[in-house]
Design a protein around this ligand. Structure first.
Ligand SMILES: [Zn+2]
Length: 96
C-alpha cells in the first residue's frame, strides 16, 4: 500500500535563531505524525468491516462503536478512536 501525504504549513518568514527553526520543524513533524496516525487508524476501522474474529475466526462481524484511546507511540502521543466489532458467530467483541 502506497500513500501520498501532503502537508501544508504556515512557515514564518524568518526565525529568530536556528533553535527556533529546529523547534518549528520538530513541532510540525509531530503534528504531521499525529494527523497521519489518526488518519490511518480511521482507515483501519473502515477496513475492519472485513476483519475476522480473533476468537473463533468468524468473518461475519458488525460494528459496535469505538473507544477513545490516548496512545503513547514511539513518535508522539495521539488521541485516536479505536473501532470495536462484534462477531455474529460467537458473539464476542474485539477492538481492531
Ligand atoms: Zn467469533
Amino acid at each position: 500500500m502506497k500513500k501520498t501525504v501532503t502537508v501544508t504549513l504556515d512557515v514564518p518568514d524568518d526565525f529568530e535563531s536556528f533553535s527556533a527553526l529546529e523547534r518549528f520543524v520538530r513541532d510540525a513533524g509531530r503534528q504531521w505524525q499525529r494527523d497521519l496516525c489518526e488518519q490511518l487508524t480511521l482507515e483501519r476501522g473502515v477496513a475492519g468491516e472485513n476483519a475476522e474474529c480473533p476468537h473463533c475466526g468468524g468473518s461475519a462481524t458488525i460494528g459496535k462503536g469505538s473507544r477513545p484511546r490516548h496512545l503513547k507511540t514511539q513518535l508522539s502521543e495521539v488521541d485516536v478512536s479505536v473501532p470495536r466489532r462484534q462477531c455474529r458467530t460467537c458473539g464476542r467483541s474485539f477492538f481492531l
